[in-house]
Design a binder for this molecule. Structure first.
Ligand code: NAD
Length: 503
């Protein structure tokens, strides 16, 4: 049996119970039907129905928000060391079921197993990392003044909503849910409608690890129904959102009446800038990895290559050769590098850019075509002869599609890099240290890597500027979002209190 056949057989075993009974919502530790009936989740690999999913909306969110509210006091007051133990057990549960999570995620989203096997383990790391921060999360400062001993402390904000997208959904969900639980918040999770399977696995693992009922609740459904209701619910104190920029703006509007605190991690059109003095072999590897891994469905992807004109021809020639060699195939085949795009809608969006590129006068130097008609597969694509004002250089395509644009000077590269609505990441390749310092200082992005692809380090701040988001998480920044700072001042003596009404 080949590894692919073996993976398919294992996946069948894992999915059997969902094919039989569908995926329910999970509220207060109980399976619940959706108030709107069912919807189906479809595999992008062969367009087959994976299973039915409970279709939740405002009523289901209301029940879940109340469950999270009711569970909050006990979870908040649990000794930090106890909360830590549960989070560690969740990490162990994820590790024990990493293969199941990875195979299900690949089938639900089209992501290649090559990358998803690690994404499941990164989910476990997220729980371990924040488990280790639990004990200090509430510690504050002593700020002595002449008359007062001022102290600060942090308390969890309350029940929070977590709304996640379909790209690497398991890892991204843990990235939000782990710090929320570590902070002492309870959670209502609304996973993306296109990828509900692993959200179900996460809540199961969490409950098996001893998470009390109601601390993590999962309500499936669509953005305009369940998602909107979560943003509007008065018992939900904050929304941690990952998704498109235009949805981020809706999240803000929907939360206005209840004065919601929002953390928005949104889209990107991230530049990788390659100067002619760089290590070009490494720059090539990194540029390819950052746009063609994870199907290019990654917010931090380097979707714009800004290449110095002195090395452009040679660099693009090597790029074309490599892009044409990328292995597109069944996501459960461990050799596959690019799998199918997540949904029909997204496939249509990405493939429309092949026409847009031609209409705008760019050249399709590689790819630009679909692969077969069984699933939503496209060839990894490279656009050349492009300019930064073209739609292919300005709009987030969110697929394995790279736009290459030449520049002559550092100043021109900087202007092009910043000439976008987005500002999530930037990747700078140069061996000139002072240029790197100058350039990164002026580059408009929340996260920048010099001579490196995106290498995530959990204590560092993650987030974007401009249309790429508001707020940061990672390290203590996550606790800043899920917790409230509280100041308490203790008088240290009999300082003068101004008397009113006393003659
Ligand atoms: P999306 O905005 O369409 O959906 C994300 C989630 O929001 C889904 O669960 C959806 O149901 C929900 N939603 C939709 N409308 C809503 C509404 N009115 N109210 C509440 N919830 C609503 O995004 P997507 O297509 O699933 O994901 C891809 C996008 O996510 C890309 O733009 C990508 O760049 C972005 N992303 C950003 C980061 C980051 O860290 N900055 C990480 C991953 C993905």
């Amino acid at each position: 049996m080949s590894v692919l056949e073996d993976n398919i057989a294992k996946l069948d075993g894992y999915l059997a119970r969902f094919r039989e009974g569908g995926i329910s919502n999970r509220i207060a530790g109980k399976d619940c039907a959706g108030s709107q009936g069912l919807f189906q989740t479809i595999s992008p690999v062969d367009k087959s129905v994976i299973c039915d999913v409970a279709h939740g909306a405002a009523d289901d969110i209301d029940t879940a928000a109340h469950a999270a509210h009711d569970a909050f006091g006990e979870w908040r007051d649990l000794p930090a060391t106890e909360r830590r133990k549960i989070l560690i057990r969740i990490a162990e549960g994820i590790e024990a079921r990493a293969e199941e999570i990875a195979l299900c995620e690949c089938w639900d989203t089209g992501q290649a197993y090559k990358f998803m096997s690690k994404a499941a383990l990164r989910g476990a790391e997220n729980f371990r990392y924040f488990a280790d921060q639990v004990v200090q999360a509430r510690d504050g400062q002593h700020l002595k003044s002449p008359t007062l001993m001022n102290i600060t402390t942090r308390v969890p904000i309350g029940p929070v909503g977590v709304i996640t997208p379909w790209n690497t959904p398991f890892m991204l969900s843990t990235w939000k849910i782990a710090p929320a639980l570590a902070a002492g918040c309870t959670v209502v999770h609304k996973p993306a409608e296109a990828s509900p399977v692993t959200a179900r696995l996460l809540v199961e693992i969490a409950e098996e690890a001893g998470l009390p009922p109601g601390v993590l609740n999962t309500v499936n459904g669509f953005g305009e129904g369940a998602g909107k209701a979560l943003c509007e619910h008065p018992k939900i104190k904050a929304i941690a959102f990952v998704g498109e920029s235009r949805t981020g703006s809706l999240i803000t509007k929907q939360g206005a009446d209840t004065l919601k605190r929002n953390h928005l991690e949104l889209g990107g059109k991230n530049p990788v800038i390659v100067f002619d003095d760089a290590d070009l072999d490494r720059a090539l590897d990194a540029a390819i990895f950052m746009i063609y891994s994870i199907n290019g469905e990654r917010c931090t992807s380097s979707s714009r290559l800004l290449i110095q004109d002195t090395i452009r021809d040679a660099f693009e020639a090597k790029l074309i050769e490599r892009v044409q060699n990328i292995k597109v195939g069944h996501p459960l085949d461990p050799k596959t590098e690019v799998g199918p795009l997540v949904t029909e809608e997204h496939f249509n969006k990405v493939t429309r850019y092949f026409d847009i590129a031609r209409q705008d006068g760019a050249t399709i130097a590689a790819g630009g075509e679909v692969v077969g008609d069984e699933g939503y597969f496209v060839r990894p694509t490279l656009f050349t002869q492009a300019t930064n004002d073209m739609r292919i250089a300005q709009e987030e395509i969110f697929g394995p599609v790279l736009t290459s644009i030449p520049f002559a000077t550092e100043q021109e590269a900087l202007e092009m890099a910043n000439d976008t609505a987005y500002g999530l990441t930037g990747y700078v390749w140069t061996n000139d240290l002072t240029r790197a310092l100058r350039f990164t200082d002026k580059l408009e992005a929340g996260m920048i890597w010099v001579n490196s692809e995106n290498v995530r380090h959990l204590p560092t701040p993650f987030g974007g500027v401009k249309a790429s988001g508001i707020g940061r998480d990672g390290g203590d920044w996550s606790f800043e979002f899920y917790m409230e700072q509280k100041h308490i001042g203790f008088a240290t003596g009999q300082h003068k209190i101004t008397k009113l009404g006393a003659l």
